[in-house]
Design a protein around this ligand. Sequence first.
Ligand SMILES: Nc1nc2c(ncn2[C@@H]2O[C@H](COP(=O)(O)OP(=O)(O)OP(=O)(O)O)[C@@H](O)[C@H]2O)c(=O)[nH]1
Ligand SMILES: [Mg+2]
Length: 389
Amino acid sequence: MPTNLNAESKAKWKRYLLEKRPEAKIRALEDFYSAIPKHKGNEKLRVNIKRKLSNLKIEIENKKKRSSRSSGYGASLKKTGAAQIVILGHTNVGKSSLLATLTNAKPQIANYEYTTTKPIQGMLEFENLGFQLIEAPALMPQNVESKAWNAQTLAIAQNSDGLILMIDISENSTYQLKSIIDHLEDFGISISKPKFEVEILRERARGIQIMLSGKLLDCNLKDVEKLAHSYGIRNALLKIFGETKLEDIENALLENKRIFKSAIILANKTDKVKKNTEDLKVNIHDYIPLLEISCEDKNNLEEVAPTIFKTLGIIRIYTKEPGTRPTSNMPFILKSGSSVFRLAKEIHSDFYRDFKYARIWGPSSKYPGEKVGGTHILKDGDTIEIHTK
Ligand SMILES: Nc1nc2c(ncn2[C@@H]2O[C@H](COP(=O)(O)OP(=O)(O)OP(=O)(O)O)[C@@H](O)[C@H]2O)c(=O)[nH]1
Ligand SMILES: [Mg+2]
């Protein structure tokens, strides 16, 4: 259902976008919230605005704490390695045991509840890559006291590149999995791949420019432009991927969307029970890899890193100078589906600006040293040589 916001509420949203300080943002958002017409089609938007408000309040709280005494995890969880993966789960499911087995970290492991109270990190080696694994403090059942605790854990997840949802197979595993997914959903994080994506870039655009790679289902480009104008957006580049409705674009303009995190599920403690996980898989809509493991018996643990790698959808690209041999040190990490242009930008804006052509060796090339243009799609393990003007 479309949101049907009237001009007054749209004007209030515009005001919110203009505010910079969290305190002022809260006031503007509260004002906007009270102007949203109360019908069923707006329920999601209302929940989302409530969440935004609560996040802004947490942000202010954290700022206060930081200025009085250094706290908050931000700096200590600086990203390193090819990807940052956060282990999420209820208490005692074996998160620390997993971290201790797969990495060099030495977390405390114990059978009492909430042993881990701060995030702990270690590096998981996979071929020539390292994944930074972070055990986040366990998710607690939702109630008033656990709100701040859970918010800190979920904020760590929000900042990550991927998630491990860990459950104890010898306990009520269906409930555990649903609980983790519900926590994430409530926080605005989805583990199901979105069918469409709308990106709004406000900088450096002149007028409303639309880059469509997919299909508009119930509108045309003119409608999109009109919609943006109605929110006071005059200059922006809208990138639209997949099959999209006008309502989806409106939700993107209202920042009313979930962020997607790729995830894998680890069902731990298979040594304790012989149980089938088929029933668990039924409850997951999209295909999300599920591994049955045992930290105790070290069962199936070798599968964890390759499964993370596949699920993240990343590729390793090696670069070389013209006239030298291909090397296999320090690849560039890109999203799968990335083009030669994307890599050129990643290396240096000069390579992108002065790009002439590239030569490719490896999986995406028809023959060694194939000459390709900037739109050529790279594959994991390619070696590339960029020629500039
Ligand atoms: N039988 C069995 N026990 C395990 C396994 N993995 C962990 N445990 C035990 O489960 C208990 C909890 O393990 P932890 O690794 O501390 O669990 P956690 O998820 O980090 O717990 P919190 O930090 O409290 O949230 C410990 O007694 C572990 O020895 C396993 O695969 N099999
Ligand atoms: Mg622990």
